[in-house]
Design a protein around this ligand. Structure first.
Ligand SMILES: Nc1ncnc2c1ncn2[C@@H]1O[C@H](COP(=O)(O)OP(=O)(O)OP(=O)(O)O)[C@@H](O)[C@H]1O
Ligand SMILES: [Mg+2]
Length: 386
C-alpha cells in the first residue's frame, strides 16, 4: 500500500522524470529543447488515485501533471505542435499514468530579450563563415535571366531535403524573388525580437524578401543594397546548422556573386545556362567572377536542353551551350568545371512549380520516381561528392 509520504516521493520523482523527458521535446522553430529555452517554468504533480487493476491488485497510480509552458511569442503558430509533443511525452510515461494539463503563457519581454541575446551570442553573426561550419553552400547563378536558376535551386533544395539532409535556401534575388511561389509559402516568418525564423516548406528552411509585406520589407531592408541584404539573411535569420545551404541568385555577372563570395567564403557556384550561344557566353562571364574572388565553380547545369515530343528529341534552343561553358570555364579557371546535368524542357517543371511544389516531389513530399528526379538526385550527390 502506498503511504502518503511514498506518494509524495513518487510525485517528486515524476516531476524530475518529466523534466528530463521534456528536455527531448524540441521547439520546431529554434531546434532546441523546450527546457533549454527556458519554456518550462514549473511542473506540478498531484496524486489522483489508482487505475483499476486485476483482482486484489491495485492498478497503476495516477497523477495529474500540470506543465507550465512559456511560449517565446504569443500566438506562436507552432503552439499546437509543441503542446502535442509535450502531451505525448507525458502519456508515454511507464511507471504511472500521467494525466497531462498545460498552462500556457508567453515569456516576459525581458526574458525573451535575454533568450534571443543568448541565442545570437552563441551563433555569432553569420554562422557560415566559421571554420568549423559543416554547411555546404551552393550558389546557383547564371548570366542571363530566365534560364531556370530558381527552378534548379528549388528542385535541388527539395531533393537534398528529401534525401534527408538538413537543408536551407536563401532567395538572394531580392527584386525578382521566386522561392516563396515555388515552395507555396504564403506566410510571414516569425520575428523573435529581431531574429527571424525561416519558414520550412517541403522540408527546406527558406527565407525570401518575398515573404515580407510592404512595410516590414522596408524596415528589414534599409536601402536596396545587395551586400547588406544578404548579410541580413545570413545573420538575422536563425538557421541552426544545416548540412546544405542553397542560394538562388539574381541574374547578372558581377555584384551578386562577389557579395556571395565575400559573405560566404565557402560558397561553391553552380552555373545554369540554356543551350544557345547567347546564354552560354554570359554564363561564362558569370563564372569568371571566380577569378576575382575566392569561390570555386563546381559545375554547369544546362537547362531546357531538349523537348521530347512523340519520340523525337527537339533541340529548341540549339545545343552545346552547357559543354561550351564547362570547357571555357575549365580552361580559364585552371581546374575541371564539369557539365553536371542536362535537364529537359518539361512543362510540369513550370506547372507544378507554379502550383507551389518543386516538381521532383510527389504530393506527399517524397521524391518522385521520374527521370528528372533521378537527375536531381545525381546532381545532389555529385555536388556533395567533391
Ligand atoms: N526545364 C524546364 N522546363 C520547363 N519550364 C522550365 C524549365 N526550367 C525553367 N522553366 C520555366 O521557365 C521560367 C523561368 O525559370 P526560372 O524562374 O527558374 O528562371 P530564372 O533563371 O530563375 O529566372 P530569373 O533570371 O528571372 O530569376 C519559369 O516559368 C520556369 O517555370
Ligand atoms: Mg530566378
Amino acid at each position: 500500500m502506498l503511504t502518503q509520504s511514498d506518494g509524495e516521493a513518487f510525485a517528486k520523482r515524476i516531476k524530475s522524470d518529466v523534466f528530463t523527458l521534456l528536455s527531448k521535446v524540441i521547439d520546431p522553430e529554434l531546434g532546441r529543447s523546450v527546457t533549454d529555452l527556458g519554456m518550462i517554468t514549473d511542473i506540478e504533480v498531484e496524486p489522483a488515485g489508482f487505475a483499476s487493476g486485476e483482482a486484489n491488485d491495485l492498478g497503476k497510480p495516477i497523477f495529474d501533471v500540470t506543465v507550465y509552458v512559456e511560449l517565446t511569442i504569443e500566438g506562436c503558430p507552432l503552439t499546437a505542435t509543441i503542446s502535442e509533443r509535450i502531451n505525448q511525452v507525458l502519456t508515454s510515461y511507464q511507471q504511472a499514468i500521467l494525466r497531462p494539463r498545460q498552462e500556457v503563457s508567453s515569456m516576459s519581454q525581458d526574458k525573451l530579450s535575454s533568450l534571443v541575446d543568448q541565442l545570437k551570442a552563441e551563433r555569432r553573426a553569420n554562422p557560415f563563415t566559421k571554420a568549423s561550419s559543416k554547411t555546404r553552400v551552393f550558389a546557383v547563378a547564371s548570366g542571363k535571366g530566365g534560364v531556370g536558376k530558381s527552378s534548379v535551386a528549388a528542385n535541388l533544395a527539395a531533393t537534398f531535403a528529401a534525401l534527408g539532409y538538413d537543408t536551407a535556401a536563401i532567395d538572394a534575388d531580392i527584386y525578382g524573388f521566386s522561392l516563396p511561389g515555388l515552395f507555396g509559402v504564403h506566410t510571414q516568418p516569425t520575428n523573435l525580437n529581431g531574429m527571424l525564423m525561416p519558414i520550412t516548406a517541403w522540408g527546406v528552411k527558406l527565407i525570401s524578401i518575398g515573404m515580407f509585406a510592404g512595410a516590414e520589407r522596408a524596415i528589414l531592408w534599409r536601402g536596396p543594397r545587395l551586400q547588406r541584404s544578404l548579410e541580413q539573411f545570413l545573420s538575422d535569420v536563425w538557421w541552426g546548422e544545416p548540412d546544405v545551404l542553397i542560394l538562388d541568385l539574381a541574374p547578372g555577372t558581377g555584384d551578386m556573386a562577389i557579395s556571395v563570395a565575400q559573405a560566404l567564403p565557402n560558397a561553391e557556384m553552380v552555373i545554369v545556362t540554356t543551350p544557345q550561344p547567347s546564354a552560354s557566353d554570359v554564363a561564362v562571364r558569370s563564372g569568371l567572377v571566380a577569378l576575382q574572388v575566392p569561390t570555386r565553380v563546381r559545375g554547369v547545369v544546362e537547362n531546357m536542353s531538349w523537348y521530347d515530343h512523340n519520340d523525337e528529341r527537339l533541340r529548341i534552343f540549339g545545343q552545346g551551350g552547357g559543354q561550351r561553358v564547362s570547357d571555357q570555364l575549365s580552361q580559364a579557371l585552371g581546374y575541371s568545371v564539369p557539365l553536371l546535368a542536362q535537364l529537359p524542357l518539361e512543362p510540369p517543371i513550370r506547372t507544378i512549380g507554379e502550383g507551389g511544389r518543386p516538381a521532383v516531389l510527389q504530393e506527399n513530399g517524397d521524391l518522385d520516381s521520374g527521370s528528372l528526379t533521378q537527375q536531381f538526385v545525381k546532381l545532389a550527390h555529385d555536388l556533395l561528392a567533391a
